[in-house]
Design a protein around this ligand. Structure first.
Ligand code: ZN
Ligand code: ZN
Length: 525
């Protein structure tokens, strides 16, 4: 219901151009038709204003709030009255409208029009819900159902000063169409449109979907944004957590995800997908798409997962050379052999298991998964044998999981983009060569009270002996016989003891480059 001038109702496309020369912006639907005035008037709602029904009254007060930069809350709404207040505690602004005798109109009966609140910054963005926008743009969409979100956005910007995300406008347009042209049976009709919209906004991304061959119904949707793939390849450690969780919407499928950790141990999503269920087939489809989105061969790649149905086989099929770690969080959490780094220690722990129970021993050694840190590749620079990544991804997207598929995907997209922006602005203040979480690790490992005897054999080698252990440290080759340095890319306590004794303070030279601040910044671009 936005137009710039009565004479221009037919040419919405020109709105942004004409508005610059025409200040006479009228906002229809804000008040009773008999009320004459522009939006510059601060008090566009007044006692006696009448509205078609309660929902057009609510639409009007929301528009009013957006224009004046404050936020409202509907305090009460029933058949006979609607009461709204300012969300700011203590602000007296308040409006009350009641049902008229015709049985549908609402009339403003009480209005305290003064705000004593500081107002809200760009309140409009939050107040402008999809349904409010949909209602506001109905006229535009009616005249031109194919009006672009960009034109709608320009229009909302000139009229309300709103700067809204593209996808939100797009969704609102769908909603407006639905309200006008009859609702669609379900959300899936928009799946192909969603794909092309996402691709338009994120060129170079890998986004695909699958429909059922027999009845054409929606089956799967895969999303991997270019920025995520590029970031993963540029600055993450190549350990990918794979997991599935159930969706709670009408579409009772699963959300599959592939996550990694950035240098600062932040969760870094690489790809996610909606699929009908967890099976070897759906995992294979997911991993095939994941490998296609990489577009390059990754020499050293590792996956970590629970023992998901069909996933192990699917990884073997699609990534035959990748290491597959099984998450030890739930399985044998206390198994000491899983948490040692050196093969010497690992073998002696295995021997102990054999002595206690040969059957458990033969089971453990027959597994095709990797489960002990001692057997992990030295190229991954990540020593984790628990998959906390996916657990945190699943809870991060908790709210989205109950949304219809299109909304779910768009919501995760929005969250990912917000997260990137947030991390970017955070990293600006980093001064040191290392990312903060590694700085902290170094501080911790270099200030421990543990006592070691150091026997230096050459300028770069030493034997470091603690209370119950003795290890060889080789600073030149970045190794310690305890194995931690090689597997994690971070100096172990033995290295810290040796280097500390030499009064060498350039700690970052002992840390893998993946933990450097500059690499982290690269990953976000
Ligand atoms: Zn207020
Ligand atoms: Zn060590």
């Amino acid at each position: 219901m936005i137009y710039t001038d009565e004479t221009q109702r037919g040419c919405v496309q020109d709105v942004s151009a004409t508005n610059t020369v025409n200040n006479d912006i009228l906002v229809d639907g804000l008040y009773d038709a008999s009320f004459v005035g522009g939006v510059e008037e601060t008090n566009i709602l007044c006692v006696g204003s009448r509205f078609e029904d309660s929902s057009s009254f609510k639409q009007a007060i929301r528009s009013n709030a957006i224009l004046q930069n404050f936020a409202i809350r509907i305090k009460a709404s029933d058949k006979s009255r609607v009461i709204a207040t300012c969300t700011y505690r203590g602000c007296p602004w308040r409006i009350r409208a009641s049902l008229c005798s015709d049985g549908h109109s609402f009339e403003v009966r009480k209005l305290l029009s003064t705000h004593l609140c500081p107002g809200v910054n760009r309140a409009g963005n939050k107040q402008a819900t999809s349904s409010w926008i949909a209602h506001e743009i109905q006229d535009i969409v009616k005249r031109n159902p194919d009006v672009t979100p960009k034109d709608i956005g320009n229009n909302l910007e000139t009229t309300f000063g709103l700067s809204l995300p593209y996808m939100k406008i797009w969704r609102s347009r769908e909603l407006a169409r639905e309200q006008m042209f009859g609702s669609v049976d379900d959300n899936y009709k928009w799946v192909p449109t969603l794909r092309s919209e996402l691709l338009n906004r994120n060129p170079g991304s890998h986004i695909t979907y699958q429909c059922d061959k027999q009845n054409g119904s929606f089956k799967r949707f895969f999303v991997s944004f270019k920025v995520c793939i590029d970031g993963f390849l540029a600055g993450c450690r190549y350990l990918i957590g794979i997991d599935a969780c159930h969706l709670k919407s009408k579409y009772l499928g699963v959300l599959l995800s592939a996550n990694s950790l950035d240098g600062n141990n932040g969760l870094f999503n690489i790809a996610f997908a909606v699929a009908e269920s967890e099976s070897k087939k759906s995992w294979e489809w997911f991993l095939m798409n994941l490998s296609q989105s990489f577009d390059v061969h990754i020499e050293h790649l590792a996956f970590i997962s629970d023992m998901e149905k069909g996933l192990g086989e699917a990884i073997k099929t699609v990534f035959p050379h990748a290491e597959h770690r099984v998450c030890m969080r739930h399985l044998w959490k206390n198994l000491k052999a899983a948490n040692c780094y050196s093969s010497h220690e690992f073998n002696s722990k295995l021997q102990q298991i054999f002595n206690i129970n040969p059957q458990v021993h033969s089971y453990l050694t027959s597994l095709s998964y990797k489960w002990s840190k001692a057997t992990f590749s030295n190229h991954i620079r990540n020593h984790y044998n628990t998959n906390n990544m996916d657990e945190s991804f699943n809870s991060w997207v908790e709210e989205a999981r109950s949304k219809p598929v299109v909304d779910l995907i768009d919501m995760i997209r929005g969250m990912l983009m917000e997260q990137r922006a947030h991390r970017k602005s955070n990293a600006v203040s980093w001064r040191g060569p290392l990312v903060p979480c590694v700085d902290e690790y170094i501080r911790d490992v270099t200030t421990r009270k543990e006592h070691f005897i150091i026997r230096q054999s050459t300028a770069t080698k030493a034997e470091v002996e603690g209370l119950s252990e003795r290890h060889e440290v080789d600073i030149e080759n970045h190794t310690c016989t305890c194995g931690f340095w090689q597997i994690s890319g971070l100096p172990c306590k033995h290295v810290a003891a040796f280097v500390g004794s030499k009064h060498h303070t350039l700690w970052h030279t002992y840390v893998d480059e993946l933990y450097y601040s500059y690499r982290y910044v690269v990953l976000l671009h």
